[in-house]
Design a protein around this ligand. Structure first.
Ligand code: IMP
Ligand code: MG
Length: 181
């Protein structure tokens, strides 16, 4: 067990990259943009587990439309990430044929996970399929992903918090930060 008081960062020093206030303002703006773009329609918001869960929870409350929420769980195989080998560990609860689908992801890094998911979901004949990513690391892109709604562009740094983890931890930091040793 970690020592009492080690806190959400487990004792590691975390440098704040995007503050809680900046996240809240950006998520609000994304929600307003999505609300305008889909006016008169309803949405299926699909979160990619696990990293998107906090972003998604805030985002859907900023969208003023009828919507439903579903999740898809995936693992990307380290070692073979260059081939984009991704496996669905938990599929959607409902079919998406004929639905307007918004795929919500924490971060697009190499883009291989998103490429796989977009190709997979497209075979299910949604009426439309768009991507909303909180973060994008363009310097690491191996494939080009059409990101329709983007929170922040960041540099080539490993980030944690607001849903993003470091070996399963630090998802509960309320900001996005960079662990420093
Ligand atoms: P991609 O397939 O390389 O685009 O990576 C996608 C997944 O890797 C993301 O959904 C994250 O779960 C994870 N990931 C990539 N970069 C980071 C990071 O800086 N911090 C935490 N997780 C990351
Ligand atoms: Mg992820």
């Amino acid at each position: 067990m970690s020592s009492p008081g080690a806190g959400k960062g487990g004792g590691a020093r975390i440098e704040v990259l995007i503050s809680e206030a900046d996240l809240a303002a950006r998520v609000r703006a994304l929600g307003e943009h999505i609300t305008r773009d889909y006016a008169g329609r309803s949405l299926v918001v699909v979160g990619v587990l696990k990293g998107s869960f906090i972003f998604l929870a805030d985002l859907v409350r900023a969208i003023d439309l009828p919507l439903s929420v579903d999740f898809i769980g995936i693992t990307s195989y380290q070692g073979t990430t260059t081939t984009g080998v991704v496996k669905i560990t938990s599929d959607l609860g409902r079919p998406i044929d004929g639905k307007d689908v918004l795929l919500v992801e924490d971060i697009v890094d190499t883009g291989l996970t998103m490429r796989y998911l977009l190709d997979n979901l497209a075979t299910r004949a949604p009426a439309s399929l768009k991507v909303c990513a909180l973060l994008e690391k363009p310097s690491r892109a191996r494939v080009t992903i059409p990101i329709d709604y983007r929170g922040f562009v960041i540099g080539d740094e490993f980030v944690v918090g607001y849903g993003l983890d470091w070996d399963g931890r630090m998802r509960n930091l309320p900001y996005v930060g960079v662990p420093r040793s």
